[in-house]
Structures are given as C-alpha cells and as structure tokens.
Write a protein that binds this ligand. Structure first.
Ligand code: URP
Ligand code: ZN
Ligand code: ZN
Length: 460
C-alpha cells in the first residue's frame, strides 16, 4: 500500500525543506510540495513536525555472552526499543569468545536475529583470535555481506587480540577493502592497574575509572592508528571517551590515516561521578571505556559539532541490577555496559540540538548519514531521497516528557537516564514504508526487519 507523509519539514544532513514524501513498495518514489495521492493511500499528517531519515545505531550489543553472564535484550525487545526511539537500523557486534570459531559465532548471531527484529540490521564481525582457519572464515563472512570487522584491544584472554593478531586482521581487512572498528584500551595496563587497586583493597565501582585512566585509552587509540598507518587499512575507533584519545585520533587523521571516530551516548551526558555513587547505583554506570572527568564532556560535544567525532552510537548493552551485583565485592567483575538504543536520538536532540550545542544537520549526519556512509548502507539508508528505503522518523519537537524504566521496552529493570527530561520524540516511524510506530507506540510487526548485506567499500 502507498503511504504519503504530508506537510513535514524534511531535515537531512545537508538540507531542510517543507515537502510531502510519497512511498510505494518500501521505497520513496516522490518528494515535493502538495503531492497528489491515489484513493486508498494512507496519509500521515506531519505538519509542525520534523521528518528525519531513519537513525542508524552503528554500535549495539544484543546477544552478548560477556563477563560470566549475557546482556538482557533479545532482538525483539531491542529492535522495538530502537524503533520507539527513532532508530530504524542497528549494527550489532558479533562477539564470539576466543575459544569459538569466527564462522560458528557468526552463524549463531545470525540465527538469533533472523525473523526476530522489528527493524533492519547488519553486523560487525569481531575477530577475537587469528589462527590458521581465520582468514578463510572471514572471507566467507565478508562474502555473506558483513563488510566490517571489530577488534578489541582490551578484555585480555576473552575478546582481546594481541598486536600480532591485530596486524594480521588489518592486513586482511586492507586486502578485502573492509573497515575495522576497534575498542581501544591497553589490555596489559588495565590488568596491572586492576591488580594493583584490588591489592590495595579498592574494590568498589568508583575504582573502575582509575583502573583504565585516560592515557590507557589514548595509548590504545594511538596504537590502533599506528597499525592502520603501517597496513594501509581503514579504521573506526568505537566509543571514544576523552580528550587525550581524541587528540591521538585527530593527530592520526592529520597524518592521513583513514580513521573515523565514534563516541557513544553515555559519554556525552554522564561523568565519572555517576560511577562513584554508592553500591549498585554506581555499578549501573560501569562501562568501558569508563565515564570520565567532566571536562571531557565539553570536548566531546565540541568534537562532535566540529566533525572530529564522526558518529554517535550507543554501545547498547543492558545488564540488570542482579547482574551488576556480580561485582559487588570486586569492581573488575561488574558486567560492563549500559543500555541506550531507546534514548539516543531523543537525548542527543534534547541536550544537543534543542540546547544549541549541536547543529541539527550535524545531528542527522552523526546519528544517521555517517553510519550509513561509513558502513556501506548509503544511499539506501541514511538519507531522504527518491529511490531510498522509506525509513523515516516523524519527530515532534514540542513533545515534553521524562525518561523512565517503567515504560521502556529495553529489557532492563533500570534506565541510567531515569528522570532525564526529553524535549521531542518520534511520533511515527516507518521501516521500508511500513508504519512501525504510531502516536509514540509500537504498532508494527516484530519480524519485519531484514539483515542488510553490505559490499566492502575501502578498496583502493
Ligand atoms: O562497557 C562496555 N562498553 N560494554 C560492552 C562491551 C564493549 O566494550 O563494547
Ligand atoms: Zn568496547
Ligand atoms: Zn561495544
């Protein structure tokens, strides 16, 4: 059935205009003023609202065996939460442990998602060891349409790779034209600092940040950049959290290293004092890289506005209160992570665009267009143009509300952003022309989402 979005203000990464959007068979077929529509066309009145391209979260964890437990969401809960928050597509990290084959892991993640997602999705393939079988398996995975890798320089003996494995992964990525995303922290330093703090009887969540201080992340970022420089591969630093790491990334960009930068929602809004709260309240804010000294928040907002930070993701990773308590006597055992997929768009709009800190086009660019471009989804996703998938967010900037775990669809018993005011939210959201959210409620099909197959795009 055809769909007409009538009278909204279309805002993309580089344009702004009042026009109607006409959609047939999943695709935008006409954009213009006062479009006519055949009888029977469904009409959504978007007057007084923004129409944004569907937002893309480039970094989420849904199925995640990690730190003696599993992240809480299913693909259904996470994708419904995503859509309610205006995210029409996410890229999930496939993270097998070092004991698992890459291909086995990939198949497990694909099976978990297939038929269970309400929005479209893709994968980044984590390379968590590099042995005699790895190259052939990664080639098969890339042929299957997963054209981005992930490496962890942290999490020694679990997801973490050695420098030698990093070199081999990047060499293969370069030859395949695949982008490699990286968690950049020095694993050896983290291990040593954790041991030292525990030996001193420092066991609470407030010691998580001192166990992985800013220089640890700056070193990881600089090292990743040096390996990219020597292999000629293209890279993407995930969840960059602090000024020294951004300085290392910018220095590499200036040397001509093909390196892109992502920061994630919590680091724009929280500082380390949140993890210094007593007991489980502090544990809820344990993530890696950790929440930082508050001087870094302005650096991230300025870096984002200036385009030094290319994208904003979430690193969505829900662990509930009981799971967080696994680390009640030892901060190194607190499952790392915090959810955000439901709240990224509304919070970045409210505390960025509405507060005058972030240009509205840069907002669309960083949360939709750049993720699409960097990860091979553009121009099908990340834009509003004739021929693109009709993934659209009709966003009401006059909505006023508060975030609360009581009404969230993310599968967790708390929300780190509890009580935060939001000034604007999606009223309607479409995925390939199907209305999945109407009047702020999920009304769609939980099996609509498809895996997006992507081509390598970093060949010379
Ligand atoms: O603390 C975090 N970030 N948890 C999820 C795993 C990761 O490092 O991305
Ligand atoms: Zn990470
Ligand atoms: Zn992550």
């Amino acid at each position: 059935m055809a769909l007409l979005i009538r009278g909204g203000e279309i805002v993309t990464a580089d344009s702004r205009s009042h026009a109607d959007i006409y959609i047939e068979n999943e695709t935008i077929t006409r954009i213009g003023p006062a479009l006519d529509a055949p009888a029977g066309t469904e009409v959504i009145d978007a007057r007084g609202k923004f129409v944004f391209p569907g937002f893309i979260d480039p970094h989420v964890h849904i199925h995640l065996p990690f730190m003696a437990t599993f992240a809480k969401d299913t693909h259904t809960t996470a994708s419904v939460a995503a859509l309610l928050g205006g995210t029409t597509c996410f890229i999930e990290m496939v993270c097998p442990s070092r004991n698992e084959d890459a291909l086995t892991g990939y198949q497990i993640w694909k099976q978990k998602a297939e038929g269970h997602s309400a929005c479209d999705y893709a994968f980044h393939m984590a390379v968590t060891r590099y042995d005699a079988n790895t190259e052939a398996q990664l080639r098969e995975i890339v042929k299957d349409g997963t054209a981005s890798f992930k490496v962890f320089l942290a999490y020694k003996n679990f997801f973490g790779v050695t420098d030698d494995e990093l070199f081999q992964t990047l060499t293969l990525a370069k030859s395949l034209g695949v982008i490699t995303t990286a968690h950049c922290e020095n694993a050896e330093l983290v291990t040593r600092l954790q041991q030292r703090l525990l030996a001193e009887g420092k066991t609470g969540p407030e010691w998580h940040e001192p166990s992985r201080p800013e220089p640890v992340e700056a070193e990881g970022t600089g090292r990743f950049a040096a390996f990219l420089e020597q292999t000629g591969a293209t890279g993407y630093v995930v969840h960059l959290s602090c000024q020294p790491a951004l300085a290392a990334a910018v220095a590499a960009k200036l040397r001509g290293v093909r390196l892109y930068v992502e920061s994630v929602l919590p680091h724009f809004l929280f500082d380390k004092s949140f993890a210094e709260r007593k007991g489980v309240e502090g544990m809820k804010y344990v993530m890696s890289p950790p929440l930082r000294d508050k001087r870094n928040l302005d650096v991230l907002w300025s870096g984002l506005e200036a385009g030094l930070i290319d994208t904003v993701g979430t690193d969505h990773c829900p662990f509930d209160t009981e799971q967080k308590l696994l680390g009640k006597d030892n901060f190194t055992l607190i499952p790392n992570g915090i959810p955000g997929i439901e709240d990224r768009v509304n919070l970045m709009y409210t505390y960025g665009v509405a507060r005058g800190r972030l240009d509205i086009h840069r907002f669309v660019d960083a949360l939709s267009t750049q993720p699409a471009k960097l990860f091979g989804l553009f121009p099908r996703k990340g834009n509003i143009s004739v021929g693109a998938d009709a993934d659209l967010v009709i966003f009401d900037p006059n909505y006023r509300g508060k975030i609360t775990a009581k009404s969230q669809k993310t599968n967790n018993d708390y929300n780190g952003f509890e009580g935060y005011a939001i000034e604007g939210r999606p009223t309607a959201v479409t995925v390939r022309g199907r209305v999945q959210v109407r009047d702020g409620a999920f009304v769609g099909a939980t099996s609509l989402g498809r895996m997006l197959r992507r081509e390598p795009q970093y060949k010379d």
